[in-house]
Design a binder for this molecule. Structure first.
Ligand SMILES: [Zn+2]
Ligand SMILES: [Zn+2]
Length: 446
């Protein structure tokens, strides 16, 4: 039976090698024009358009307005619903956000939700593991295979008439908000039409773009990870300075629905301050805060993880469960024959041959304990040894005594001892196995 030939499945351009014939197909030309070529023209035009003082001030003001359109609008309002905004503010944010030249709210937020859901994976549209350049710019300049990018729920955005209107009319809104409006303000205001277009329009947009892109690159590159170090997001004040406060990115990835990025009052987060100030005049409401209890839990768990790493680097002695069990007779005969220099304390046998000469209490005392059970002597009988002494002692252990306190020792290993994430025993100060209660206390307890 004849079979009809199946059409070859089309391979997306991003999955094909770059060649002299196809290189231009790899490039996302619309993004390249808006992010590279137009800003390049603006920087070139600087040579011919003198910068006037009012235009410089206006460019700076419009930089903050359009920047806030992204951080306060696109990001915290629409992508994460960290707070609610009244209609007039939402119109303004949709307008100035478009003036930041980073796509529509719908485009930006769907990509951003995918970034949060699939951070550091193939499905993350700006996967930081693909390198600084890729997460900063590369993902926009080169065509991505849309099938590879993770899908997220944007039904709430599709139900928002303003978001849909802005998406459908993005071209016009962009022209207006990015270039025509700032040009008209400077032109009608003080007659500097060209300056308005070049400085408050093109160059200002270029700065807002590069600042925002730093959240995807720099904020996944430099700084601390106080909440979770399993993925790349980081906290750094430099990123915060550049991005109107979006620099506490480790916190943000852990608690994305919190309207804050910085949670400490002195950390730089002007976006949070503006959202808060607007709530005082009724333009924003329902500002979401994660419970401090949950935030502190995350911080503590990460601290514990760091402690575990530091603890794992130290010598805590061979775990008791890995030590050989030695009989009392063997222990004594080894010492008597001079074969070994051992001391038993709390059912654990220690090789003190290297330590005899170092003993701060003198050689004679420690020598008198060789081949004996020095539990009581060590724990106050002669001297109540310090925490450091118990720690040091644990590094000398070589065996576990059969009988005696051995049973109790096993209990400590198999009962409910504290263990770190890697399953290693945590020995707290004053809780070493060699430490027993002073005899007087034991007697009174009995
Ligand atoms: Zn991120
Ligand atoms: Zn986010």
């Amino acid at each position: 039976m004849a079979t009809t030939p199946q059409p070859k499945p089309k391979v997306h351009i991003s999955n094909q090698a770059v060649t002299l014939q196809n290189w231009y197909k790899h490039i996302n030309w619309l993004s390249t024009i808006l992010v590279i070529l137009v800003p390049a023209y603006g920087l070139y035009a600087v040579r011919y358009v003198p910068l006037q003082r009012p235009t410089a001030i206006w460019a700076l003001v419009y930089y903050f307005l359009t920047g806030f359109g992204i951080t306060g609008g696109y990001h915290r309002l629409w992508s994460h619903r960290c707070y609610s905004a009244r209609a007039p503010l939402r119109y303004v944010l949709a307008f100035v956000g478009a003036g930041a030249v980073q796509g529509s709210i719908r485009f930006w937020s769907s990509k951003h939700r995918a970034h949060h859901r699939w951070t550091d994976t193939e499905k993350d549209p700006y996967d930081a593991l693909k390198g600084f350049f890729y997460s900063h710019l590369g993902w926009m300049l080169f065509n991505q295979d849309p099938k590879k990018i993770g899908r997220t729920d944007i039904s709430d955005l599709d139900a928002d008439p303003l978001v849909i209107w802005q998406h459908k009319n993005y071209g016009k809104t962009l022209l207006m908000a990015a270039w025509i409006f700032p040009m008209c303000v400077a032109g009608l205001g003080w007659g500097d039409w060209w300056g308005g277009l070049v400085y408050a329009g093109i160059i200002r947009a270029c700065f807002v773009q590069q600042a925002t892109f730093c959240v995807n690159s720099l904020a996944h590159w430099i700084g601390e990870q106080p909440f979770d170090d399993r993925r790349t997001p980081r906290d750094h004040f430099l990123t915060a300075i550049v991005t109107l406060g979006e620099g506490y990115h480790n916190f943000h990835h852990e608690f994305p629905s919190d309207y804050r990025n910085a949670i400490i009052w002195y950390q730089y987060d002007p976006t949070k301050w503006v959202i808060y100030a607007l709530s005082k005049i009724g333009l924003t409401y329902n500002l979401k805060l994660f419970r401090d209890n949950e935030i502190q839990k995350g911080r503590l768990q990460q601290l514990q993880k760091k402690l575990d790493k530091r603890r794992a680097k130290l010598d805590w002695g061979i775990p008791l469960s890995q030590l050989p069990v030695i009989s009392w007779d063997d222990f004594q005969s080894q010492c008597a024959s001079g074969e070994a220099v051992l001391v038993a304390i709390a059912g654990v046998i220690h090789d003190i041959s290297e330590f005899v000469n170092e003993h701060p209490g003198g050689k004679a005392l420690i020598k008198s304990a060789i081949g004996k059970d020095a539990t009581a002597l060590f724990n106050g009988g002669v001297y109540e040894h310090s925490n450091a002494a118990h720690n040091l002692l644990s590094t000398m252990r070589v065996g576990v005594l059969r009988g005696g306190q051995e049973v109790e020792v096993w209990k400590q290993e198999t009962g409910i001892p504290l263990k770190d994430a890697a399953g290693k025993l945590i020995v707290r100060a004053g809780e070493q196995v060699t430490r027993i209660q002073p005899l007087t206390m034991t007697a009174s307890a009995a």
